[in-house]
Design a protein around this ligand. Structure first.
Ligand code: PEP
Ligand code: MG
Length: 552
């Protein structure tokens, strides 16, 4: 029996046979064609048609948003301009594989250059090219494999589109070698309640058909588990099911201290489902998600309609809306379309809003109108705020335009270090632990190779959280957390112990976090926070908290 370790997402447990996702194909080499050009063209044409019909079929099976994505990919495989280019390259002496590779790469570059929506489709094109080349080579297509029976999917990493398309009746669990706890894979897996462990060293050694036990709470993948381990897993699965099916109550500690559980949303359409799972309000509405495809700034009227829809779903409840957070993995061309070497350190968040103040003013105007049109308790915050001067700037503009409650996100360490002054200048603070961890550990959120640093349990991050919690208490200002850390049940308790008084997360995580909070009093939470703060590393902080609970 062997055990591999990684970072678990959620607390699910699952056992089943491994099915590996094929790695991306190597680039076809550029040696000249030896086969007859017409025969080569016919083979490629057959492969293009087969891939197109397979994508269409998969789309029909998936339905919904996924179908639209897959239909668009099927059309790419048959695009006449691309087919002409492939044929011309074969006529010019290329092999079919090489011609497909080069023609798709050229088209991809063109789309990337166009930016915006077309730019985003460029990655889909690479996926289509890989499928065609795999077919020409007679090897399995990259992407999620098909199987008639349930399996544990093992992959190097998973693109968000792959994660979104997972057939949850078949995929028992997800194990990836790359990716950290705030990678897109992890965020999507959590929102879809998939048992997942990311950043698993040695995942590549798992072979198809091997039985594994995936315990995301413990962050372990046990190879060939014993019958006793499987029986234990079944008992724990039943316990987890009991938690998920437990009555929905407001978030609270064992001593009754209220810790509201709020939803992270990116679209008004998701509000009803969040309410159904017990959302006590919204702690983070990511407005930029509404406009990722837009090439021009959205009008005040369009925004007013969207914001009114969200607020109307939460009458009498708190709804925290974040102003447009452009940058890095969420580019908005109308706010900043400059090529930057380090976009995570670039003109993003409040910086780009300040550089385009009319866009900020229009958004705040739309929000103020939505506030008047509904009965929700609207709070508005700015993303990526660096210091007190930026805090004062944002709060002043928001108040001028009629926003009643204006605050800032703590995502940059400099803001946390100035916590006392920030808390005095702002109505509230919401801690974005995803970016706060990225900047504290100097580890790009998007980069698998440094994923291990992206761990919000790191005591350096927790110390910054404590500074913010203490400052909030001193100035009587609410301090919440809306990064992925709030969805980690044990870490959520630690955050409360550090002075955080509300937690915002994907609604799929409510049940787990609600159940864990009920196991600890405020005094317990403080003691667990102290144990985590005193540890030297993220892993040691986790262990210290688990040990402290076991010994209680
Ligand atoms: C964060 O950084 O923690 C956060 C909540 O914002 P986002 O994940 O959208 O960057
Ligand atoms: Mg952020």
């Amino acid at each position: 029996m062997r055990e591999l370790r990684g970072v678990g997402v959620g607390r699910g447990i699952a056992a089943g046979p491994v099915l590996r996702m094929p790695d991306p194909l190597p680039e076809p080499d550029a040696t000249p064609r030896t086969a007859d050009a017409e025969a080569e063209k016919a083979t490629v044409s057959e492969a293009l048609a087969a891939v197109a019909s397979e994508l269409t079929e998969r789309g029909q099976r998936a339905g919904g948003d996924a179908q639209a994505v897959l239909d668009a990919q099927a059309m790419m495989a048959q695009d006449p301009g691309l087919v002409d280019d492939v044929n011309a390259r074969i006529d010019g002496g290329s092999t079919g594989e090489r011609a497909v590779f080069e023609a798709f790469a050229a088209f991809q570059e063109l789309l990337t250059g166009m930016g915006g929506y077309m730019g985003e489709r460029a990655a889909d094109l690479a996926d289509v090219a890989q499928r065609i080349i795999a077919r020409l080579r007679g090897v399995p297509a990259p992407g999620v494999p098909n199987s008639d029976s349930p399996f544990v999917l093992v992959a190097r990493d998973l693109a968000p589109a792959d994660t979104a398309l997972l057939d949850l009746d078949k995929v028992l669990a997800l194990v990836t070698r790359d990716g950290g706890p705030t990678s897109h894979t992890a965020i999507l897996a959590r929102s879809k309640s998939i048992t997942a462990i990311v950043g698993v060293e040695g995942a590549e050694s798992l072979t198809d058909g091997t039985m594994v036990l995936v315990d995301s709470g413990a962050g372990t993948v046990t190879v060939e588990p014993s019958p006793a381990q499987l029986a234990d897993a079944e008992t724990r699965t039943a316990e987890i099911r009991a938690i998920v099916n437990a009555p929905i109550t407001d978030g609270a500690l064992a001593d009754g201290t209220r810790i509201p559980l709020l939803a992270n949303l990116g679209n008004p359409k998701d509000a009803a489902a969040a309410v159904g799972l017990g959302a006590e309000g919204v702690g983070l509405f990511r407005t930029e998600f509404l406009f990722l495809d837009a090439t021009e700034a959205p009008s005040i009227e369009r925004q007013e309609a969207d914001y009114t829809a969200v607020l109307a779903a939460f009458p009498g409840k708190k709804v925290v809306v974040r102003c447009l957070d452009a940058g890095a993995d969420k580019p908005l061309s109308f706010l900043n379309d400059a090529e930057e070497e380090n976009p995570a350190l670039g003109l993003r968040g409040l910086r780009s809003l300040r550089a385009n103040e009319q866009i900020l003013r229009d958004q705040l105007t739309a929000l103020a109108r939505a506030q008047e049109a509904t009965e929700a308790d609207l709070w508005v915050m700015a993303p990526m705020v660096a210091d007190v001067a930026e805090t004062e700037y944002f709060v002043a503009v928001a108040r001028e335009l009629g926003i009643r409650v204006a605050g800032v996100m703590a995502e940059i360490p400099s803001l946390a270090l100035m916590a006392e002054q920030v808390a005095a200048a702002s109505d509230f603070v919401s801690i974005g632990t995803n970016d706060l961890t990225q900047y504290t550990l100097a580890a790009d959120r998007m980069l698998g190779s440094v994923a291990a640093y992206q761990d919000p349990w790191h005591p350096a991050v927790l110390r910054l959280v404590r500074m913010l919690g203490d400052a909030g208490r001193t100035h009587g200002k609410p301090v919440g957390v809306c990064g992925e850390a709030a969805a980690d049940p044990l870490l959520a308790v630690v955050l409360v112990g550090l002075g955080v008084n509300s937690l915002s997360m994907t609604p799929a995580a409510f049940a787990d976090v609600r159940a864990e909070l009920l196991q600890h009093t405020a005094t317990d939470a403080t003691a667990l926070a102290e144990a985590a703060l005193a540890a030297p590393t993220a892993a040691a902080a986790r262990d210290a908290v688990r040990t402290a609970i076991a010994e209680r």
